[in-house]
Design a protein around this ligand. Sequence first.
Ligand SMILES: [Zn+2]
Length: 348
Amino acid sequence: MPKMIDRSVEQRTDRLQAGGVIDMHFDLLMDLYEKRKRKNLLETEFLPEIEAGNISVVGVAIYIEDRYLPESGLRVALDQIARLYAETQACPRFAICKSYHDIQKAREEKDIALLITMEGAEPLGTDVSLLRIFYELGVRSIGLTHARSNAAGHGGIFAPNGSSPEGLTGFGRDVVRESEALGMIIDLAHINPAGFNDILSILTKPPIVSHTNVRRYYDIERNISDEQIKMIGERRGVIGVNSVLVSPQEGESTLDRYVDHIDYIANLIGIDGVAVGFDFFEFIYSQWPESAKKELAEKLTTPQFIPDLRNHSHAGNLTRKLIERGFSDEQIQKILRGNWLRIFEEWL
Ligand SMILES: [Zn+2]
């Protein structure tokens, strides 16, 4: 039987969407860099989906692939930022934002706010003074590691256990302290359990986990445990739910399961602790040759994309599902934007 369209649900969805959705993790910069010979990518490849999904703020990540490391990490990071500046200049609908004020101004003017983030401290090498340079260029959030190890610490692996028992290095601790002093949000996504504890022992401001999932539904170290969720909640931090690791099973990778992750976090630490970090990745994955997909599957995992939450144009499907699952308007606004805005106000 075809599903009846409930007009009141549609009106509520539209009204909630109109305030804008904040996605704190998107691998935009590596794609802009890999396609650097092409122009106006933001406008032609990304803007239509972002507009269709009422996305108002996006955390856009610098990420350095293995093949550039260690020699070219800094160079590629700078080139990724350069691409973003060139692309936003060509498409003024986007604004690179460096403060809470910038973000609110962009939202009022219906521009799309971009917050530059760094996923893995590799571009710094072992030089903490480079943090200031990246800050000046607009980087406003940093996660110390991806799944691998680097000079700052170790990433959580895609298995229930077995990552390094070591926490942060001395350099990693310096990065946390200096980032907080500068006003660069510390992101605990990917860090291994020992590093997670080390960061929280140093940090005084509310921490974020920009894109992750709960281990209750996908039990790997890359995701977060109940105890870790509670530690974030105690510090008034925010956890963004990732769309590509909601379940190891293809059949269970559904929008309902995505909402289960939101619900689970909200039940543990309250609605103020949960938000969105979609990590939409299919646009990159689909460009890869089979050999690269195989390599990812062997090294980490095979991503399971949610059929009706595959890209930014699908954000309204999440809002509709949250309504159907019984969340109130106030709760939905917090999940979609309010909680991230609180973090921006406190940090930026
Ligand atoms: Zn990631």
